[in-house]
Design a protein around this ligand. Structure first.
Ligand code: 2DT
Ligand code: MG
Length: 211
């Protein structure tokens, strides 16, 4: 079962372009896991609830202007301020389903022209995910889904660049799901990947992002 008492929780991250379905799928996966009796929580980055998160939120809403490197480091700081709690939850047996993480941090900033290595550096030492699921949708398709909400970055040309950078980040922890499939089909694949991950990670120690 997904929730042996002594075991640790899994860190499962969903990534993808805006409107790729991440948030809906995170919610569906979370209620599925809870229904299975699995101890799980849904998290998201940016976490707009902290004071750093409020600065990020104002920037995304175009209510403030920040230098590209400055906002990059704020996104990173927003993960660092949650790192200790994240580790505690995972070691305490709670699985975390996280909507965006360091890969968003790198892909979005690199799409503005910042160097990849520079973008990765502040992420080193955060908790490494056990599984990263990339919901793959074409930016044009994503934009059709009710359109974008008008936040910064929600433009097709920019999303295309973000997509290219995401693809350069794929490693052994990544699984790609075709996000243009029906919601139920995506959900089904996600459940299977998550359940396998929760079981398999029991035997492995938590590690840090090394990059
Ligand atoms: P949401 O629409 O998912 O709230 O994201 N972003 C996110 C970055 O540029 N760097 C990061 O580190 C993270 C986590 C992606 C809001 C936007 O913030 C971007 C979309
Ligand atoms: Mg958004």
């Amino acid at each position: 079962k997904g929730s042996s008492k002594s075991g640790r929780g899994a860190l499962i991250v969903l990534e993808g372009l805006d409107r790729s379905g991440k948030s809906s799928q995170c919610a569906r996966l979370l209620s599925y896991l809870e229904g299975k009796g699995c101890q799980a929580e849904g998290w998201r980055f940016p976490d707009r609830g902290t004071s750093v998160g409020q600065m990020i939120s104002a920037y995304l809403a175009n209510e403030s202007q920040l230098d590209d490197r400055t906002i990059h480091l704020l996104f990173s700081a927003n993960r660092w301020e949650k790192r200790a709690l994240m580790e505690r939850k995972l070691l305490g047996g709670t699985t975390l389903i996280v909507d965006r993480y360091s890969y968003s941090g790198v892909a979005f900033s690199a799409a503005k022209g910042l160097g990849i290595e520079w973008c990765k550096a502040p992420e080193v030492g955060l908790v490494a995910p056990d599984l990263v699921i990339y919901l793959d949708v074409q930016p044009e398709k994503a934009a059709e889904r009710g359109g974008y909400g008008g936040e910064r970055y929600e433009r097709i040309e920019f999303q295309n660049k973000v997509g290219e950078h995401y693809h350069s980040l794929h490693d052994s922890t990544w699984k790609v799901i075709d996000g243009s499939l029906a919601m139920e089909a995506v959900e089904e694949q996600l459940r299977e990947l998550a359940m396998n991950c929760i079981q398999e990670c029991q035997g492995r120690q938590l590690t840090n992002l090394a990059w």
